[in-house]
Write a protein that binds this ligand. Sequence first.
Ligand code: ADP
Ligand code: MG
Length: 894
Amino acid sequence: MKHGQLWHTQSWEEVLTTLEASNDGLVDATVEQRRLVYGDNQLQERTRVSLVSTFFDQFRDFMVIVLLIATLISGLLGEFTDAITIIVIIVANAVLGFIQQVRAERSLASLKELTAPTARVLRSGEWREILARELVPGDVIGIEAGDRIPADARILHSEELETVESSLTGESLPVSKHVALVHDPDAPLGDRTNMLYMGTVATRGVAQAVIVATGMATEMGKIADLIQSSEDAMTPLENRLNQLGHVLVYVSVVITIIVVIAGLFHGHEMYEMFLAGVSLAVAAIPEGLPAIVTIALALGVQRMIKRNAIVRKLPAVETLGCATVICSDKTGTLTQNQMTVKEVFIEGRAILVEGDGYDPIGQLVDRGKPLQSFPPSLQRLIDIGITCNNAHLVVENDKQVALGDPTEAALLVLAQKVGRTDAFARVKEFPFDSTRKRMTVVVRHENGMTAFVKGAPDLLLGQCAFVQLGTEVVRLTEQKRQEIVHGLANMAGRAMRTLGFAYRDVKTMPASVEAAERDLVFVGFVGMIDPPRQSVRESIQTCKQAGIRTVMVTGDHQLTAEAIARDLGILPRHGVVMTGVELDRLTDRMLEDQVDDVYVFARVSPLHKLRIVKALQNNGHVVAMTGDGVNDAPAIKASDIGIAMGKSGTDVAKDASALILADDHFATIVAAIEEGRAIYDNIRKFIRYLLSSNVGEIITMFIAMIAGLPLPLLPIQILWVNLVTDGLPAIALGLDAPEEGSMNRPPRSVREGIFARGLGRKIITRGFLIGIMTLLVFYGALSVYHTGLQTAQTMAFATLVIAQLIHVFACHSGDDSRFILHMFENLWLVGAVASSLVMLLIVIYIPSLQVIFHTSRLPLLSWLAIVLAALIPSLALSLRRRSRSIRTVSVRTR
Ligand code: ADP
Ligand code: MG
């Protein structure tokens, strides 16, 4: 069965025989054997970048190369200790960068793993959900609208199946697929209508198919090399920071040149100034920035996974923090999707159903009395309910649970309560879709055929011409219609999800859905409850405080949606509820005018979702939109943050999304937004820290050289600061947890630059103060206390380091006046600072290192001066802040 088979010209029975497969699926032993033969059902990835080349990439940086050359020169000039130490530091820097990059890549790879596609497969006669990669030829799979086809397969049986094969054939229109033979052996792929191809998607219908080829043997595998596009994982922020990095390179180079020239002018040695200049440039350029940003993103993404939010597209992490509107599904996201039929409406009155959940226990109560015998219309309603149904009930741990659509499972439970469980034999299914909002099956019986229809009752009523009363079928008069509409409004107004039932006897198989679903006999409808999910109310409240509006977008009845929205706190007193029909009457402009007041969109179809997203975006909103079905994909894609449901979502919706909710829960969206804000905050924090450190170093050197002082910091010391003081604490800042108040402020504007809200000013002032204090200490030691050059340099070095380590806490807490209060919140940070301090003491006090770093031991009194000087920037800034806030207070009281 290996040679190239013409599967499409064989009957499905022949195909099964050739593949040594059966209608019941393969048995596990066969699967194991075949996995050994055929391997994973996966397209081979292009060779990945090796670890070695990642490591050597770290040295490719322009400034590092210059530094290496400089080191070489100093080595040639006989400064061996200097040369060796600098090389050790460069290597250490490279190792750090390497670890950072590998870590970031690993976590991105594990992310891919999480979103790995799955498939429904029939093995040993039972349906299972497995990873698509574990499929083998001969496996029988189930396909449903919205599924991505996991391998090449021959259809065994299908209903209304359509697939889009644009990824393979370029044809963007859906192709309808069925089991029938294709006789032309040379038919192009697009015409092999009984075959399904890996990577294409089912957009309608259902099917069973047997796999004929997996992995690289599939049609997709044959062209895999052509289609493998490496998605650019850079986020807008990373891009902007890269650009910033380039600017900073130029600025530092210019400053360095000035410093070098000034130094030479004041009589410093050429070689010394060259090395100092290069070291300064290396220190000043935040080459670690992109890597740390990637790490912060990766770490944040990991935290999101812990909270059930799986990020598929990294840029979404940034956009999350800007979200101003969340458009959320109702069923399953805001509610539990645990349906229980509570009332049945037949013949003009409601019958109550007792019991909860999927337990088949409970009586039916009519006008206060338990029903003993069941009227024919009720029996008919239940027949339709269980026949027009694809759900199953299974017992797990002594409890009945639903497999499939909970709305349908609830009908099975209702049938159990009535003791009626035999469904009719179906000959045809017109599947449910969220535009028609109904589903129809055709059944055969001794007197001919009947179409059973169930769906949204208000819409279904429009397709009905008759109504069932007892055993009789009478014309649906306006009065009868009103009676039903009234009953519907009553149930929907009590937050119940309603579902109507109708049928029509037909002589022959209806040619189309439209033909099957007209002139129907209305039987009745049911009302089911679906309780809100836990903590949704709190999450919506949190969103409000965070300046994010929640909008419910649902296919459900207007009144049901309205009642639930009010209950959950989504719908304010004067909020508007708009239906799909009303929306259709509006032009895009009119919709834009009104959309800001609408809190609930009811009875909408997926196409409406797209219009809603567009209208909100045109009003300047950053929109998060959820969805699960095939037709939701355009809206998900168009939104700023497309969100797909992990459990109930289709592959197509997931492919279009930027974020997947593993638990389908609304609260998870809010958690993701909180993390998104935190990640951005953290990035700003370490940018603040890193850049002000760099400014500090530049200022120190710059002023000293202009003023004709000796070098305040030696090249090796600058490099040490760059590696130790700048590196570790910056990474630790990326680990900061979300701040307490992060969900109490409005969303950040998408247009806001990274230095907005005073960050640029803070960086410059702080850097300036740190530089000045370092210089003052240096100058004081040198010229006032005559400590000698080496001691003065050591003191400058220590002042710079300690001032920066104090600053890191201000970056963490956001503010100098409170940093002590928040000092121990991030233990990584405490650890990073402590280890930097210890390393500072080591290079100052260990004699062999003193030689290398040109340091000398300092007396206690010097330390007092150093710590005092290092504290001054913090004190100055917190005093200034305080006086400013006092001033604003006095202005306000006046
Ligand atoms: P939502 O997910 O927003 O609640 P849906 O699009 O799933 O909305 O459902 C809209 C309406 O379609 C429901 O109110 C119900 O009346 C009807 N409906 C839902 N599921 C089914 C189904 N499986 N078969 C027939 N009708 C259904
Ligand atoms: Mg739904």
